[in-house]
Design a protein around this ligand. Sequence first.
Ligand SMILES: *Cc1c(COP(=O)(O)O)cnc(C)c1O
Length: 393
Amino acid sequence: MKVPFFRPNISDGEINEVVDTLRSGWLTTGPKTKEFEERFARAVGAPHALALNSCTAALHLALEALGLREGQAVVVPTMTFAATAEVVRYMNAEPLLADVHPDTLQIDLEDAERRVKESRRKVVGIMPVHIGGMMADMDRIREFAERHSLWIVEDAAHSFPSAWRKDKEESWRWCGRGDSKVTCFSFYANKTITTGEGGMATTHDPELAERMRIMSLHGISKDAWKRFTASGSWYYEIVAPGFKYNLTDVAASIGLHQLERAEEFRKLREDVARRYRSGFEGLDYLELPPSSEDRIHSWHLFYIRLRLDKLKIDRARFIDLLKEMGIITSVHWMPLHLHPYYRETYGFSEGDFPEASRVWKRLISLPIFPGMKNEEVDYVIDSIRILCEKNEA
Ligand SMILES: *Cc1c(COP(=O)(O)O)cnc(C)c1O
């Protein structure tokens, strides 16, 4: 059997909508994008949503709108994707990397606290990453941010739809509804919903929304929508050297239908996660990802952590052997401080972020996607059980 890491789930709804857009003669940002924004804003409970061509663009626009300046610093977990830190560098500011908790892979606020106190630079913000789609405790992040006068921009690339609450007494707080200044989502091909490439920024702040919208399209001041409608005119003014980050109506057409199916997708991924969890029960060669009654988990990722002390092979060999059995897996991620750019620019070594350095060598992300068949999940479980037993230390 062959099990891919991910299979996109595109139905006739998406296909027909794209065809409709192609026939309409309006391909770029227009009515479909506007509708996608409005529906997305409603889905997460945010007053403003801005559709963009990537989550990276959303993160960049958020930092620009917040006025991040050269030489300032922003707290970023070292365990994240390239985008979270590179956008800080786009602004000529410095990512202040922090270590993570080895169970949730999320930022360790005690470690961040030490680094903020020792920083020679003015630290102005923090960018939590809800890894795999399990949200951080945003009250704790907010308390930390308030204590140090920081803004919060959430990298929510994995967390649509995700929610959290303090305890059972409380109602769910959906990711994007306003625990931070700006929340940034990704619709990349293998994310929880997709537009091929795409992203969304949500915010409660009308001024941030306005600045991000202007900067997303060349810094043109006129309401971008009007330019694209019959009531639009040829006249516009450039108020800043903006970027080219708008989403197309072709992509938004896919997004409209993916959005409608988002909760169905999430439930299907949750079923896969549950099946993995019971299938791996009692297998003490590995640790399973955390979950909680106080989270609605998007289950974008299902990462296991190998117990290398109980195995005579390392993670790379484990992945190769799974591949020989037809199973494609991935790793999220090699921490930023181990990549050449960050090592060379900041002189980092493994010991600077000991938890992330240790845990990443044990990480494997297993296939999880809506439409994954029970036989495929069972094949992954059986193959991993066999591999562990064969390679017992
Ligand atoms: C995928 C991803 C991004 C980037 O999303 P794009 O839409 O590809 O720009 C950012 N952060 C994290 C954590 C991601 O996984």
